[in-house]
Design a protein around this ligand. Sequence first.
Ligand SMILES: Nc1ncnc2c1ncn2[C@@H]1O[C@H](COP(=O)(O)OP(=O)(O)O)[C@@H](O)[C@H]1O
Ligand SMILES: [Mg+2]
Length: 226
Amino acid sequence: MAEALRLTGVWLTFPAASGADGSASLDVLKGVDFVAMDGESVAVVGPSGSGKSSLIAVAAGLERASRGEVTLLGERIETYGEDQLAKLRRGRVSMVFQSFHLLETMTAFDNVRAPLEIARLDKVDARANAALDAVGLSARRLHYPGQLSGGERQRVAVARALASDPALVFADEPTGNLDAESGRIVADLLFSIAKDRGSTLVIVTHDTDLAARAGRTVHMRDGHIV
Ligand SMILES: Nc1ncnc2c1ncn2[C@@H]1O[C@H](COP(=O)(O)OP(=O)(O)O)[C@@H](O)[C@H]1O
Ligand SMILES: [Mg+2]
């Protein structure tokens, strides 16, 4: 089985704020090793500030590692520029965030469809409709995010993330802004659709029930995986 993601000895250091005396640089990731195999689900848990979001950001190429190696879908990305990263991620790597990140001026359907179009996939309308159907929102496809509840918005975000059949999905506290019942529905959808589509899922969560559903859990503390 191939690896979807590998981090080896990854450090993320933010430099001292320029001009401020006495402010030290900040090590957020301190030599992290992490692997996710094709098709598996991994939960990342740990206290607030331990570096979970930073781990995902570096793994997805949203932040550049200060040291170490990041291999995303078989490609070493440390030296990649924005265009190379965008090309690698397009249609193959998706994110789900705590705060939904939907475009307010677009319908649910267009929010799901737009990234498919950008990735130049075929059958974008059919894919978007199928993904909205999979999250139970076919009837709301022409509604705008402002017309949807938090749970419904996150279901649109899940549909958007999974519609391209991505190899890898990163979810950063996807139920963190939801009530328990909506969170359970979103988590069910995320796990079941990722499984159906064979996508690797890396999910950051505070929720121990949610973490227990992943195939494996890693614990972060103070910039380390422990
Ligand atoms: N852009 C940044 N500049 C400086 N410090 C940052 C930045 N982003 C995150 N941090 C710091 O990195 C640490 C880890 O943050 P984060 O990865 O968001 O943790 P978690 O997701 O586990 O709560 C925190 O101390 C946070 O303040
Ligand atoms: Mg976080």
